[in-house]
Design a protein. Structure first.
Length: 97
C-alpha cells in the first residue's frame, strides 16, 4: 500500500478551535479507515508545519479524497507527498541508466 506524508497548517478557524484538534485527528483517522487506509503516525509539530501525518492509502485517489475531506472542514490546509520505502527506491534505482 502506498505511503504518503501529509503536512498541515492550521487555518484561522483551526486555531480558533484548537481545543478540538485531537478530536479532529480521531475523525481524520476514521475517515482514512473508511477509505481503506491507515494513519500510521500523526504529530503536532513546531516549525514550518503544525501537523505531520504518515498515512498508508490504497492509492492516490483515496489519499486525495482524504485530503479534500480534511480541507473541506476548513481547519487545516494540507500538502501531500508520496513517500517511497527503501525497497521501492532500490527497485527504481535498479532501472536508472
Amino acid at each position: 500500500m502506498p505511503t504518503f506524508v501529509l503536512l498541515g497548517h492550521f487555518s484561522d478557524q483551526g486555531i480558533r478551535n484548537i481545543k478540538e484538534s485531537t478530536k479532529r485527528a480521531d475523525a481524520f483517522k476514521e475517515q482514512a479507515k473508511r477509505l481503506g487506509g491507515n494513519v500510521k503516525e500523526l504529530y503536532w509539530t513546531m516549525g514550518s508545519y503544525d501537523i505531520v501525518a504518515i498515512v498508508d492509502a490504497p492509492d492516490e485517489k483515496a489519499m486525495t479524497t482524504l485530503g479534500l475531506s480534511v480541507g473541506k472542514l476548513g481547519n487545516v490546509r494540507t500538502e501531500t507527498l508520496h513517500a517511497f520505502s527503501r525497497s521501492e527506491m532500490d527497485a527504481m534505482l535498479a532501472n536508472v541508466a
